[in-house]
Design a protein around this ligand. Structure first.
Ligand SMILES: Cc1ncc(COP(=O)(O)O)c(C=O)c1O
Length: 319
């Protein structure tokens, strides 16, 4: 299904009609993958629609741009404001997925032109339900280990959420789907576990939560961090460490985390059941804690919910 259009996209400082938010085919990013972006969710909460960990997503966007030395023509506060504006201007009161993107635009041709191409910045938002489905959230998905490895750490920086990195993700995800799996899990180039095509990976073994540490070519997921904090709060032991592939087969539970998949149990890997072959109790407890942030059952001690004033005038739209 194509992206359901909303009315406005924030583009270089202004709200423009959805269909007018276009770029030139000779833009640098289209040829060389030079974009950095975010995927952010806004949830309907008892206190109105709220963007989840907006400031953390914006910080990661700026971190990604810094790694690639992409000049940012807007401040973090302007980007945060743009996110709030696209929710309000499009009346997305039932929640939304937001896509802020920063990319090298139309200038000279060449991978490293003498003059840096201008930076274009856009923020779009639209209504988006479950990425892997309600069924999957309760019952889990079937995953496989990918024949593709993640990028080696000294090739493309995994901590940058950059467009080019998603060529690797496309290989991993497409192979898994071709083989009849919901998702692929990639190994790092040292053979240890890394992450899914667009998700971080957690295992549970003997009551301990395990996840590959950042040095294993993973994105520093904001949901990953949320789960670690919620787990600590509940007195669980969490280890960020190197994990061998076979731990997938021996784990009591496994799940993916990410803005898109939220917390999705993994019920089998390579056709071997994980634990009981269904969602485990720790996964379910963490899902409840996570979704409780949006229903109000879990206290938002961290100030993670950024409430959007839906009545804010659109005249505040332009930077
Ligand atoms: C490769 C990759 N890993 C992990 C994640 C999860 O990150 P987050 O929880 O911040 O969405 C994503 C999604 O953004 C991703 O694309």
């Amino acid at each position: 299904m194509p992206i359901p259009a909303t009315k406005f996209i924030w583009f270089n400082g202004k709200l423009v009609p959805w269909e007018k938010a276009t770029v030139h085919v000779l833009s640098h990013a289209i040829h060389y993958g030079s974009s950095v972006f975010e995927g952010v969710r806004a949830y309907q909460t008892p206190g109105g629609v709220a963007i989840f960990r907006l400031r953390d997503h914006t910080q990661r966007l700026f971190d990604s741009a810094k790694i690639y030395r992409i000049a940012m023509p807007f401040s973090p506060e302007q980007i945060n404001d743009a996110c709030r504006q696209v929710i309000a201007a499009n009346a997305l009161s039932r929640g939304a997925y937001l896509r802020p993107i920063v990319f090298r635009g139309y200038g000279e041709i060449g991978v490293t032109p003498r003059q840096d191409p201008p930076t274009d910045v856009a923020v779009a938002a639209w209504e988006w339900g479950k990425y892997l489905g309600h069924e999957e959230e309760a019952h889990g998905v079937d995953a496989c280990v990918s024949s593709w490895s993640r990028m080696a750490p000294n090739t493309l920086p995994a901590l940058a959420k950059a467009g080019g990195n998603y060529l690797s993700s496309q290989l991993i995800g497409a192979e898994a789907r071709r083989l009849g799996f919901a998702e692929g899990i990639a190994l790092a180039t040292d053979g240890t576990l890394s992450e899914g095509s667009g998700e971080n990976l957690f295992l549970v073994k003997d009551g301990v939560l395990l996840t590959p540490e950042l040095a294993h070519s993973v994105l520093g997921g904001i949901t990953r961090d949320t789960v670690i904090r919620l787990a600590h709060e509940r007195g669980m032991e969490v280890k960020e460490c190197a994990l061998p592939r076979e731990m997938l087969y021996l784990a009591d539970e496994a799940f993916f985390t990410g803005t898109a998949v939220e917390i999705t149990p993994i019920r089998s890997v390579d056709r071997l059941p994980v634990g009981q072959g269904k969602r485990g109790p720790i996964t379910e407890a963490l899902q409840n804690a996570f979704f409780g942030l949006f229903s109000g059952k879990t206290a938002d001690k961290w100030g993670w919910l950024d409430h959007v004033d839906m009545a804010a005038p659109r005249s505040a739209a332009s930077a």
